[in-house]
Design a protein. Structure first.
Length: 411
């Protein structure tokens, strides 16, 4: 098969140096939730099959709600989506920021590249084929690192939350050793979900003009609207930056290939051209690592907080919906009092709406403040890490250029 399958594991064709770099930069978005250590979750391995990715999840816990202290289960992406749906639909969590679901693994580009390289194998030299194959494996590895990291981050966010980690469905997800038998949504469910989202968007637009007497939530709503727009634009620009950096590494590879070819055509320049080709090949590897780190440490950070900010906006929508329900209940009570009919029922309904609104408001304040602290700490850490990596890569490139110049002088 030309697709990515189980014969291509998480780290295909990696050298010892690549393996070390992978461990060093395996994560994309580091979270700074205050975890008390009573529940630690990690993805220790992942295998790509033709239609899905299977993650091995290791759990250690001291929480009494779990039946075991150490667990290991295998889960696929669809089971992560099932867990997210269960948390999102639980009304008890209406006042919490539900961690955004990890994005679906997409290996179409890698599969297309593999298909093209395989089809063109007979038209290339063995050296050219090996270089292209290695480039493909490098792209595949970077994509896999991102996929694994984003799924692990999702679990870490839940595990660090004092309430969400006690959820029964989360325990099942971590404890139940067999397949959860989660299927993908059929067409009817997808259409239903589409109309549900459309209804929510319309309702959210209607509530946007809602009068709110709480200055805290007025300020947060305004901030999140502006921040979400800005981070969406920042993500696009960061993607362009990563693409440009990666494009430079491709240029290095092509220049190196041309120089290698020239070294076979002109005997007088053979050694000089061959050494230049080796230098450009080394620069290509260094530039590729720079591109990968920019994508992992910077672009993925923006992508994650674009989704996390949307989750925070959804929290404010649920609070706004609860406020609207309370106002409707107040109107119904007024009508009931005018008609002297069903007054106890209207009073009870209003009381339920008040309790729900006040509960969500109280929970939301804590969640939004925590979100702010977590976001600032995460950005600070990632920008420092990114700066250190850029300095390290720049020093490596300078060292390689000086080394190449010295070698060329001796020719």
């Amino acid at each position: 098969s030309s697709g990515i399958n189980a014969e291509w594991p998480l780290r295909p064709g990696m050298t010892a140096e690549d393996e070390a770099l992978s461990r060093e930069h395996a994560s994309t978005v580091s979270l700074n939730d205050e975890n008390d250590g009573r529940l630690t979750v990690s993805i220790s391995d992942a295998v790509s099959e033709l239609e899905t990715v299977k993650f091995t999840i290791q759990t250690k816990t001291a929480l009494p709600s779990f039946s075991q202290h150490q667990m290991s289960v295998i889960r696929c992406h669809e089971e992560f989506i099932w867990l997210h749906d269960m948390l999102s639909e639980n009304l008890e969590y209406a006042g919490y920021i539900i961690p955004p679901a990890p994005p679906k693994p997409d290996f179409e580009v890698a599969r297309d590249k593999l298909t093209r390289v395989t089809a063109a194998e007979n038209t290339m030299t063995e050296d050219e084929y090996k270089k292209l194959r290695k480039e493909l494996e490098s792209d595949y590895l970077a994509l896999f690192k991102k996929t694994v990291a984003m799924h692990e981050i999702y679990l870490l966010r839940i595990a660090a939350h004092s309430k969400l980690r006690e959820d029964s469905n989360f325990r099942v997800f971590l404890e139940y050793s067999k397949d959860l038998k989660v299927r993908t949504k059929n067409k009817k469910e997808l259409i239903g979900g589409f109309f549900k989202n459309m209804t929510k968007n319309v309702d959210e637009a209607l509530l946007s003009g809602q009068k709110d007497s709480d200055e805290f939530f007025i300020e947060k709503r305004s901030f999140l609207e502006d921040y979400h727009t800005r981070i969406r634009e920042t993500t696009k620009k960061s993607e362009l930056l990563s693409a440009a950096t990666n494009s430079l590494s491709v240029d290095y590879m092509q220049v190196g290939g041309c120089l290698a070819l020239l070294s076979t055509r002109d005997p007088s320049l053979q050694r000089f051209m061959a050494q230049c080709a080796i230098s450009f090949e080394t620069l290509q590897k260094l530039q590729k690592r720079t591109s990968t780190d920019e994508d992992l440490k910077l672009t993925d950070l923006f992508r994650y907080y674009q989704r996390e900010t949307q989750a925070a906006k959804s929290l404010l929508y649920r609070r706004g919906r609860a406020l609207a329900d309370k106002e409707i209940a107040e109107g119904k009570l007024e009508q009931a009092q005018k008609k002297f009919k069903d007054i106890p029922t209207a009073e009870a309904y209003l009381e339920d709406c008040k309790i729900r609104f006040e509960t969500i408001s109280e929970m939301s304040k804590t969640e939004l403040e925590t979100f702010k602290v977590r976001r600032v700490e995460t950005y600070r850490k990632h920008l420092v890490d990114m700066s250190e990596l850029q300095i390290r890569h720049s020093q490596s490139i300078i060292t390689e250029l000086n080394k190449s110049l010295e070698l060329l002088k001796d020719l």
